[in-house]
Design a protein around this ligand. Structure first.
Ligand code: FEO
Length: 168
């Protein structure tokens, strides 16, 4: 694999691990609020991000590349409300989408068609991620001022389960 693409993959592994870390911090926030369903949602999200990182990790190895892990940035720890937190999640996922696009640009630039094809899965995943988060945010904005509705929504989010993704 081209050196420039290898570096870009390593950078993205770091961003995926940061995403896991950020959602872990959000998990802790919902634990403090005792919103168990939201906490479960974040737990699933964390596992998904870990799987995204490992997907690239394994792909680099498969291609004979070198995985170079980097320091993970410190995530935020406090949000003014669950709505503000989910606005942050949406903004973050849009940022990740832009990063995947840039990574694909590098794969394109070095004419690595196999990597472009591999990254296609991540692009589709980002469409899904953004849609899921938007849905939660929309509902949350509707119910956030009513304790009973928020309680019911929390129960709904408790049903989310992690299905290990088949990447690539
Ligand atoms: Fe790995 Fe949520 O993007």
């Amino acid at each position: 694999m081209h050196e420039k693409l290898e570096k870009a993959f390593n950078d993205q592994i770091n961003k995926e691990l940061y995403s896991e870390y950020l959602y872990m911090s959000m998990y802790a926030y919902f634990d403090r609020l005792n919103l168990q369903g939201f906490k479960n949602w974040m737990n699933v999200q964390m596992q998904e991000e870990h799987a995204h990182a490992m997907g690239m990790f394994n792909y680099l190895h498969e291609r004979g590349g070198k995985v170079v892990l980097q320091a993970i940035e410190k995530p935020e720890t406090d949000w003014a409300s669950p709505v503000e937190l989910f606005e942050h999640v949406l903004k973050h996922e849009k940022y990740v989408t832009s990063l995947i696009n840039s990574l694909m640009d590098v794969a394109d630039e070095v004419k690595d068609r196999a990597a472009v094809s591999f990254l296609d899965w991540y692009l589709k995943e980002q469409v899904e991620e953004e849609a899921n988060v938007s849905k939660v945010l929309k509902t949350l904005k509707m119910v956030c001022d009513d304790k009973n509705s928020l309680y019911m929504f929390d129960k709904e989010l408790a049903a989310r389960v992690f299905n290990p993704p088949v990447i690539g």
